[in-house]
Design a protein around this ligand. Structure first.
Ligand code: ADP
Ligand code: MG
Length: 262
Protein backbone atom coordinates (compact mmCIF):
# COMPACT_ATOMS: atom_id res chain seq x y z
CA UNK A 1 0.00 0.00 0.00
CA UNK A 2 1.12 3.52 -0.65
CA UNK A 3 1.42 5.24 2.70
CA UNK A 4 0.33 8.83 2.97
CA UNK A 5 3.01 11.16 1.78
CA UNK A 6 5.47 12.11 4.46
CA UNK A 7 7.30 14.46 2.12
CA UNK A 8 7.03 17.76 3.97
CA UNK A 9 7.69 19.78 0.83
CA UNK A 10 4.77 18.16 -0.98
CA UNK A 11 2.56 18.83 2.05
CA UNK A 12 3.60 22.45 2.29
CA UNK A 13 2.79 23.17 -1.34
CA UNK A 14 -0.57 21.50 -1.09
CA UNK A 15 -1.49 23.13 2.22
CA UNK A 16 -0.74 26.56 0.84
CA UNK A 17 -2.90 25.75 -2.19
CA UNK A 18 -5.93 25.04 -0.01
CA UNK A 19 -8.68 27.51 -0.57
CA UNK A 20 -11.05 28.73 2.08
CA UNK A 21 -14.64 29.16 0.97
CA UNK A 22 -18.06 30.12 2.25
CA UNK A 23 -19.07 29.88 5.92
CA UNK A 24 -19.97 26.27 6.72
CA UNK A 25 -20.35 26.49 10.52
CA UNK A 26 -21.89 29.58 12.06
CA UNK A 27 -22.28 29.61 15.84
CA UNK A 28 -23.91 32.62 17.43
CA UNK A 29 -24.11 33.20 21.16
CA UNK A 30 -24.13 29.44 21.82
CA UNK A 31 -25.09 28.46 25.36
CA UNK A 32 -24.97 25.14 27.12
CA UNK A 33 -25.91 24.25 30.68
CA UNK A 34 -25.40 21.00 32.54
CA UNK A 35 -27.92 21.43 35.34
CA UNK A 36 -26.91 24.66 37.02
CA UNK A 37 -23.42 24.63 35.49
CA UNK A 38 -23.02 27.08 32.61
CA UNK A 39 -20.59 25.22 30.30
CA UNK A 40 -20.82 27.40 27.15
CA UNK A 41 -21.32 31.10 27.68
CA UNK A 42 -22.11 32.73 24.38
CA UNK A 43 -19.71 31.17 21.88
CA UNK A 44 -19.50 32.99 18.55
CA UNK A 45 -17.61 31.40 15.68
CA UNK A 46 -17.70 31.27 11.90
CA UNK A 47 -15.74 28.53 10.17
CA UNK A 48 -15.33 28.63 6.41
CA UNK A 49 -15.24 25.68 4.09
CA UNK A 50 -11.71 24.24 3.97
CA UNK A 51 -10.52 25.91 7.15
CA UNK A 52 -8.53 23.98 9.73
CA UNK A 53 -9.26 25.34 13.20
CA UNK A 54 -7.34 24.14 16.23
CA UNK A 55 -8.98 24.53 19.63
CA UNK A 56 -6.90 24.64 22.77
CA UNK A 57 -7.52 25.65 26.35
CA UNK A 58 -7.51 24.38 29.89
CA UNK A 59 -9.32 21.24 30.95
CA UNK A 60 -12.97 21.96 31.65
CA UNK A 61 -13.08 25.11 29.51
CA UNK A 62 -15.79 23.74 27.20
CA UNK A 63 -13.77 22.56 24.18
CA UNK A 64 -15.40 19.14 23.97
CA UNK A 65 -18.82 20.49 24.81
CA UNK A 66 -18.57 23.05 22.05
CA UNK A 67 -17.57 20.67 19.28
CA UNK A 68 -20.20 18.21 20.50
CA UNK A 69 -22.89 20.87 20.06
CA UNK A 70 -22.04 21.05 16.34
CA UNK A 71 -23.49 17.60 15.70
CA UNK A 72 -25.82 17.82 18.71
CA UNK A 73 -24.15 15.07 20.71
CA UNK A 74 -24.58 17.74 23.38
CA UNK A 75 -27.55 19.83 22.23
CA UNK A 76 -27.04 23.57 22.80
CA UNK A 77 -29.69 25.34 24.85
CA UNK A 78 -29.29 28.92 23.68
CA UNK A 79 -28.09 30.86 20.68
CA UNK A 80 -27.91 29.33 17.22
CA UNK A 81 -25.79 26.92 15.22
CA UNK A 82 -26.02 26.62 11.45
CA UNK A 83 -24.15 23.89 9.59
CA UNK A 84 -23.85 24.16 5.83
CA UNK A 85 -26.85 26.45 5.76
CA UNK A 86 -29.02 24.18 7.92
CA UNK A 87 -30.09 25.55 11.31
CA UNK A 88 -29.64 23.02 14.10
CA UNK A 89 -32.88 23.27 16.08
CA UNK A 90 -33.89 20.25 18.11
CA UNK A 91 -34.65 17.33 15.82
CA UNK A 92 -34.97 19.57 12.78
CA UNK A 93 -32.13 18.98 10.29
CA UNK A 94 -30.43 16.72 12.84
CA UNK A 95 -29.99 13.70 10.56
CA UNK A 96 -28.86 15.83 7.64
CA UNK A 97 -26.31 17.64 9.79
CA UNK A 98 -24.98 14.46 11.38
CA UNK A 99 -24.40 13.02 7.93
CA UNK A 100 -22.24 16.01 7.07
CA UNK A 101 -20.21 15.99 10.27
CA UNK A 102 -17.75 13.20 11.06
CA UNK A 103 -16.30 12.89 14.54
CA UNK A 104 -13.20 11.26 15.97
CA UNK A 105 -12.81 10.87 19.72
CA UNK A 106 -9.88 10.41 22.05
CA UNK A 107 -11.03 6.86 22.77
CA UNK A 108 -11.45 5.50 19.20
CA UNK A 109 -14.93 4.08 19.99
CA UNK A 110 -14.69 1.25 17.44
CA UNK A 111 -17.14 -1.65 17.65
CA UNK A 112 -15.03 -4.41 19.24
CA UNK A 113 -17.04 -7.29 17.78
CA UNK A 114 -16.73 -6.10 14.18
CA UNK A 115 -13.72 -6.36 11.89
CA UNK A 116 -11.96 -3.18 10.87
CA UNK A 117 -13.65 -3.24 7.47
CA UNK A 118 -17.08 -3.95 8.97
CA UNK A 119 -16.60 -1.02 11.35
CA UNK A 120 -16.14 1.15 8.29
CA UNK A 121 -18.96 -0.24 6.15
CA UNK A 122 -21.61 -0.36 8.90
CA UNK A 123 -22.90 3.20 8.69
CA UNK A 124 -22.72 3.59 4.91
CA UNK A 125 -24.70 0.36 4.37
CA UNK A 126 -27.18 0.85 7.24
CA UNK A 127 -27.67 4.61 7.17
CA UNK A 128 -26.93 5.57 3.60
CA UNK A 129 -28.14 2.39 1.93
CA UNK A 130 -24.88 1.91 0.06
CA UNK A 131 -24.52 -1.49 -1.56
CA UNK A 132 -22.31 -3.80 0.55
CA UNK A 133 -19.72 -4.58 -2.14
CA UNK A 134 -19.42 -0.93 -3.00
CA UNK A 135 -19.05 0.03 0.68
CA UNK A 136 -16.32 -2.58 1.08
CA UNK A 137 -14.41 -1.37 -1.96
CA UNK A 138 -14.58 2.16 -0.66
CA UNK A 139 -13.65 0.98 2.84
CA UNK A 140 -10.52 -0.70 1.53
CA UNK A 141 -9.71 2.47 -0.35
CA UNK A 142 -10.00 4.50 2.83
CA UNK A 143 -7.87 2.01 4.74
CA UNK A 144 -5.22 2.37 2.04
CA UNK A 145 -5.48 6.10 2.45
CA UNK A 146 -4.79 5.88 6.18
CA UNK A 147 -2.03 3.35 5.54
CA UNK A 148 -3.48 0.15 7.05
CA UNK A 149 -5.20 -1.73 4.27
CA UNK A 150 -3.61 -4.96 5.50
CA UNK A 151 -5.53 -4.70 8.79
CA UNK A 152 -8.97 -4.84 7.13
CA UNK A 153 -10.02 -8.26 8.42
CA UNK A 154 -8.63 -7.96 11.95
CA UNK A 155 -10.59 -6.93 15.02
CA UNK A 156 -9.90 -3.62 16.78
CA UNK A 157 -8.23 -5.27 19.79
CA UNK A 158 -5.59 -6.76 17.46
CA UNK A 159 -4.48 -3.28 16.37
CA UNK A 160 -2.27 -0.71 18.04
CA UNK A 161 -3.87 2.46 19.36
CA UNK A 162 -2.53 4.46 16.44
CA UNK A 163 -3.96 1.96 13.97
CA UNK A 164 -7.31 1.97 15.76
CA UNK A 165 -7.47 5.74 15.59
CA UNK A 166 -6.71 5.62 11.87
CA UNK A 167 -9.60 3.15 11.48
CA UNK A 168 -11.81 5.60 13.37
CA UNK A 169 -10.82 8.34 10.93
CA UNK A 170 -11.49 6.07 7.94
CA UNK A 171 -14.84 5.12 9.44
CA UNK A 172 -15.85 8.77 9.78
CA UNK A 173 -14.70 9.50 6.22
CA UNK A 174 -16.78 6.61 4.88
CA UNK A 175 -19.87 8.76 5.39
CA UNK A 176 -18.34 11.41 3.12
CA UNK A 177 -18.66 14.22 5.65
CA UNK A 178 -18.07 17.85 4.76
CA UNK A 179 -16.73 18.62 8.21
CA UNK A 180 -14.52 16.56 10.53
CA UNK A 181 -14.42 17.15 14.27
CA UNK A 182 -11.53 15.73 16.28
CA UNK A 183 -11.55 15.71 20.08
CA UNK A 184 -8.02 15.15 21.37
CA UNK A 185 -7.45 12.36 18.83
CA UNK A 186 -3.89 11.63 19.96
CA UNK A 187 -4.23 12.10 23.72
CA UNK A 188 -4.67 8.39 24.43
CA UNK A 189 -1.77 7.31 22.22
CA UNK A 190 1.78 6.36 23.01
CA UNK A 191 4.21 8.95 21.68
CA UNK A 192 5.43 6.82 18.79
CA UNK A 193 1.88 6.50 17.47
CA UNK A 194 0.97 10.14 17.61
CA UNK A 195 2.80 11.03 14.42
CA UNK A 196 1.07 8.40 12.29
CA UNK A 197 -2.32 9.80 13.29
CA UNK A 198 -1.26 13.43 12.85
CA UNK A 199 0.12 12.57 9.40
CA UNK A 200 -3.27 11.22 8.36
CA UNK A 201 -4.92 14.39 9.67
CA UNK A 202 -2.42 16.56 7.79
CA UNK A 203 -3.18 14.68 4.61
CA UNK A 204 -6.88 15.19 5.22
CA UNK A 205 -6.31 18.92 5.69
CA UNK A 206 -4.39 18.99 2.43
CA UNK A 207 -7.42 17.62 0.58
CA UNK A 208 -9.44 20.65 1.69
CA UNK A 209 -11.51 19.07 4.46
CA UNK A 210 -13.00 21.53 6.94
CA UNK A 211 -11.61 20.47 10.31
CA UNK A 212 -12.10 21.47 13.95
CA UNK A 213 -9.43 19.86 16.05
CA UNK A 214 -9.15 19.96 19.81
CA UNK A 215 -5.49 19.19 20.40
CA UNK A 216 -2.47 20.39 22.28
CA UNK A 217 -0.13 19.14 19.55
CA UNK A 218 1.70 22.37 18.87
CA UNK A 219 3.59 21.12 15.82
CA UNK A 220 0.35 20.15 14.14
CA UNK A 221 -1.25 23.47 15.00
CA UNK A 222 1.65 25.48 13.65
CA UNK A 223 1.95 23.47 10.48
CA UNK A 224 -1.68 22.92 9.59
CA UNK A 225 -4.04 25.28 11.40
CA UNK A 226 -5.42 28.39 9.75
CA UNK A 227 -6.68 29.56 13.12
CA UNK A 228 -6.25 28.84 16.79
CA UNK A 229 -9.10 29.28 19.22
CA UNK A 230 -8.30 29.50 22.90
CA UNK A 231 -11.17 28.50 25.18
CA UNK A 232 -11.49 29.62 28.75
CA UNK A 233 -14.47 29.21 31.07
CA UNK A 234 -16.96 28.39 28.35
CA UNK A 235 -15.94 30.95 25.79
CA UNK A 236 -13.46 31.72 23.04
CA UNK A 237 -11.11 34.32 24.44
CA UNK A 238 -8.62 34.29 21.57
CA UNK A 239 -9.18 33.63 17.87
CA UNK A 240 -6.08 34.24 15.82
CA UNK A 241 -3.39 32.74 13.58
CA UNK A 242 -0.99 30.16 15.03
CA UNK A 243 1.93 32.54 14.54
CA UNK A 244 0.26 35.39 16.40
CA UNK A 245 -0.96 33.07 19.12
CA UNK A 246 2.36 31.43 19.92
CA UNK A 247 4.42 34.57 19.59
CA UNK A 248 2.20 36.90 21.49
CA UNK A 249 -0.99 35.61 23.06
CA UNK A 250 -3.17 38.55 24.00
CA UNK A 251 -5.04 36.98 26.86
CA UNK A 252 -3.41 36.45 30.24
CA UNK A 253 -5.00 33.02 30.62
CA UNK A 254 -3.60 31.95 27.24
CA UNK A 255 -0.16 33.17 28.22
CA UNK A 256 -0.23 31.14 31.42
CA UNK A 257 -1.48 28.13 29.53
CA UNK A 258 1.25 28.32 26.90
CA UNK A 259 3.96 28.70 29.50
CA UNK A 260 2.81 25.41 31.00
CA UNK A 261 2.59 23.34 27.84
CA UNK A 262 5.58 24.65 25.85
P1 ADP B 1 -12.88 20.42 27.99
O1 ADP B 1 -13.15 19.55 26.82
O2 ADP B 1 -12.45 21.80 27.64
O3 ADP B 1 -11.91 19.79 28.96
P2 ADP B 1 -15.65 19.94 28.59
O4 ADP B 1 -16.34 20.59 27.45
O5 ADP B 1 -15.55 18.46 28.58
O6 ADP B 1 -14.23 20.61 28.81
O7 ADP B 1 -16.38 20.32 29.92
C1 ADP B 1 -16.70 21.66 30.25
C2 ADP B 1 -17.37 21.67 31.61
O8 ADP B 1 -18.66 21.07 31.52
C3 ADP B 1 -16.60 20.88 32.67
O9 ADP B 1 -16.68 21.59 33.88
C4 ADP B 1 -17.34 19.58 32.76
O10 ADP B 1 -17.25 19.02 34.03
C5 ADP B 1 -18.76 19.99 32.40
N1 ADP B 1 -19.48 18.90 31.74
C6 ADP B 1 -19.17 18.39 30.53
N2 ADP B 1 -20.03 17.40 30.18
C7 ADP B 1 -20.89 17.28 31.23
C8 ADP B 1 -22.02 16.45 31.51
N3 ADP B 1 -22.43 15.54 30.62
N4 ADP B 1 -22.66 16.63 32.68
C9 ADP B 1 -22.24 17.56 33.57
N5 ADP B 1 -21.20 18.38 33.37
C10 ADP B 1 -20.53 18.25 32.23
MG1 MG C 1 -12.40 17.70 26.34
Amino acid sequence: TAPLSSDPAAGAVAVSARTVGEPIIVAQNVQKHFGTFHALRGVNLTVRQGEVVVIIGPSGSGKSTFIRTINALDPHDGGSITVDGLPLQGARNLDAIRREVGMVFQSFNLFPHLTVLDNITLAPTRVRGVDKAQAQARGLDLLRRVGIEEQAYKFPAQLSGGQQQRVAIARALAMEPKIMLFDEPTSALDPEMIKEVLDVMKELARTGMTMLVVTHEMGFAREVADRILFFDQGNIVEDTTPEAFYQNPQHERARQFLSKIL
